[in-house]
Design a protein around this ligand. Sequence first.
Ligand SMILES: Cc1cc2nc3c(=O)[nH]c(=O)nc-3n(C[C@H](O)[C@H](O)[C@H](O)COP(=O)(O)OP(=O)(O)OC[C@H]3O[C@@H](n4cnc5c(N)ncnc54)[C@H](O)[C@@H]3O)c2cc1C
Length: 271
Amino acid sequence: MRPSLLQYLKLLILLAFGGVTTTHVPKPDVPSSLEALPVDGHFSFHDVFAAARDFGNMYSFPPVAVLHPSSVADIATTVRHVFLMGEHSTLTVAARGHGHSLYGQSQAAGGIVIRMESLQSNGMRVHPGASPYIDASGGELWINVLHETLKYGLAPKSWTDYLHLTVGGTLSNAGVSGQTFRHGPQISNVDELEIVTGRGDIITCSPEQNSDLFHAALGGLGQFGIITRARIALEPAPKMVRWIRVLYIGFRKLRRRPGNAHFRRENIRLY
Ligand SMILES: Cc1cc2nc3c(=O)[nH]c(=O)nc-3n(C[C@H](O)[C@H](O)[C@H](O)COP(=O)(O)OP(=O)(O)OC[C@H]3O[C@@H](n4cnc5c(N)ncnc54)[C@H](O)[C@@H]3O)c2cc1C
């Protein structure tokens, strides 16, 4: 098949403008201005290419710097610095959890990537009691949350099926698993968040306090602030569970749940 005129035109435009560019050239003074910031952690400016990849492996946007924060204040200081550059600055900031997104969502072309897993070491605190919960860093992996809560015979109410994802990464999306049908997604099982806003303020929010920010940040794809701590609802961990994977033959069959008169066992396949 011969290429059409339109395809030739597209090729010409791509050649003329250098193709799909993924590298933004930052202002030369950006690295030195970041280096001057009083942070407990550090910035890296050379080994930034790991932050230009994700699980999808389709996009690669090298940042100018990666922040390895040792404290929430490091994140606030950095975001405030970028905010004070003004609205004409093109420098962007992206939080990176475990980098398991598919389309470069946790990357920042020519900007600053904040490696949230550096905050893991800040420790987790389990609060047993009538309504148990855990306070965990936004950069904590869910597998570590599980190990910590199991020490108290507790477990989060809602999960992802795959646990090597960060608390902040899945709470910025939804967090769906086998328990979602009972408790809702992970974002419906959070009591409180600590967030660094776009101005660099550190704000605590919940359904009662700064509720707009709370509901915007949950499922907000990192666009409403950076989740630095989450208070996650727990329940007694079962001693044993049965894991069943069910393959539905079509969406209409999926909608027919057990208990529904139309449900037929032959509509599903059990593994
Ligand atoms: C193998 C695999 C298994 C998966 N299994 C499940 C599953 O069982 N259930 C499910 O629901 N999803 C699942 N996902 C999807 C997964 O939840 C999302 O891709 C999630 O974003 C990955 O989390 P992450 O920690 O890697 O975040 P990243 O990919 O690093 O970041 C995702 C987004 O969140 C933002 N972000 C990261 N951290 C923060 C923060 N602290 N504050 C604000 N924004 C932040 C980033 O900027 C980016 O926009 C799976 C993905 C993969 C690749």
